[in-house]
Design a binder for this molecule. Structure first.
Ligand code: GLU
Length: 314
């Protein structure tokens, strides 16, 4: 059975980009008669206080996008908050450590900045490998001054996959990405590790998310491979841009649901988003269930989608 998931980071009010994501997750899974899981990616607890997650749950209910397993509904893989699942990430990390693939990194932010080249997909830095070959004595000496982050050695190996929407994508992890973080120096587990552990544990069979995460997928596939887990299928959809071409973010208060809710009904909002995403030509108000018949991945464009001026009265 198809299992899709919506995995927002509740660090602010839900915005149009998240809503489009949730709609596509929902339609893609429901059209195949599948289930939807909701998981809160709140590992960064300072940025993701519980009230944002609660607000997001209310917003999704207002939108009529339901889930079968997750906060409030429960389910076999509870808890559905990453902040409560750290034991699972620790186990996975220990397995990778036992393979001899993890090393401590003592670089400061400034050192990282000075020695790195940007990664093509997400603008993150490609790590120069500074701490990879420290001797045990150097490691011991440095850990007295600074608690280290943990990195996974990236293999000189091309990882490729066929995205269900964007087609084929490949990266040589050593060259294009570099050794990547599994845990930050403050002890917070990295998104890349947590997302793989959770998607596998929750039986997710398809991951639908924005194209900004396309370039994370090879790292995740490598982790699936190392941990002996079966990867899901991936569908990355184009990003929504503000009318002036900027990327929408949670900081765009205008695109947040708070500003929209007073002016527009949930069906109007979904109808317009579905029109923007190419599968609802009339753009008329419609519920998520009412869009099931029209939705198909072929109709969704590949290029970023710029919000037309005035569509949401932003
Ligand atoms: N939590 C991530 C975000 O909100 C999404 C993770 C994913 O879909 O893999 O950007």
């Amino acid at each position: 059975m198809t299992v899709g998931r919506f995995a927002p980071s509740p660090s602010g009010r839900i915005h149009l980009g998240n809503i489009l994501c949730c709609l596509l997750v929902w339609l893609s899974a429901r059209q195949k008669g599948g289930k939807v899981v909701l998981r809160m990616e709140d590992l960064d607890t300072a940025r993701c206080p519980m009230r944002y997650a609660e607000q997001m749950i209310q917003d999704l209910r207002w939108l009529g996008l339901d889930w079968d397993e997750g906060p409030e509904t429960g389910g076999p893989d509870a808890p559905y908050f990453q902040s409560q699942r750290t034991g699972l990430y620790r186990n996975a990390l220990e397995r990778l450590e036992a393979m001899g693939l993890v090393y401590p990194c003592f670089c400061t932010r400034a050192e990282l900045h000075a020695a790195s080249a940007p990664h093509r997909g997400d603008g993150c830095a490609i790590y120069a490998g500074t701490c990879r070959n420290l001797t045990p004595a150097q490691r011991a000496e440095r850990s007295r001054r600074r608690s280290p982050a943990l990195r996974l050695q990236a293999p000189d190996q091309e990882i490729s996959f066929i995205d269900g929407h964007m087609g084929s994508y490949a990266e040589n992890l050593a060259r294009d990405c570099g050794d990547f973080l599994l845990r930050r120096s403050d002890g917070m587990f990295a998104y890349q590790l947590a997302v793989v552990v959770d998607d596998a544990a929750m039986g997710v069979t398809e991951v639908v998310r924005g194209a900004d995460l396309l370039s994370s997928t090879p790292r995740q596939l490598y982790l699936y491979q190392l941990l002996g887990l079966t990867p899901p299928e991936f569908y990355h959809f184009p990003l929504l841009l503000a009318p002036d071409g900027r990327r929408l973010s949670k900081r765009d208060a205008d695109a947040g649901l708070e500003a929209l809710q007073g002016r527009i009904s949930a069906k109007e909002l979904l109808g317009k988003l579905a029109w923007l995403a190419g599968f609802h030509p009339s753009g008329t108000p419609q519920s998520a269930a009412g869009l099931l018949e029209e939705f198909s991945w072929e109709r969704v464009p590949m290029e970023d989608i710029r919000l037309p001026e005035g569509l949401f009265d932003l």
